[in-house]
Design a protein around this ligand. Sequence first.
Ligand code: HEC
Length: 103
Amino acid sequence: MKKSYRFSTLCITLAINGCTSDFKPDSSASGEQIFQAACAECHQPLDENVPDVLFELHPKNMNAGFVKHKIYTGSIRMPKFPNIKGSKMHSLSTYVLAHSISK
Ligand code: HEC
């Protein structure tokens, strides 16, 4: 519950700003580095004793298409990241999927 509260506080601010992040990854950044820089402020491991698991995704969402779409378009509570693209988007979505379990 604590985590969802943190989400909503952050995104009240973000909603005012249009919920678009201008984050731009370094050309040499790995998927993990991008995640730490752009995503970890909101997405922490689900269980602190299992630091490798960041997401629990619906089986139909356990694929790069879903993850990339989510990052590129965001949602009401998650900013969109239009500057993460190409090989950076690919390495980030690979990192996310490698750290996700299916519901
Ligand atoms: C300001 C907070 C915030 C940031 C920053 C953020 N997210 Fe999110 N994200 C959320 C919230 C809240 C949800 C759940 C609600 C929703 O789907 O809109 C979510 C949902 C997701 C989901 C779908 C999870 C599911 O259960 O279907 C993925 C994947 C995801 N985020 C990846 C990322 C990645 C990768 C980044 C970094 C590029 C990122 N998020 C940055 C707040 C954030």
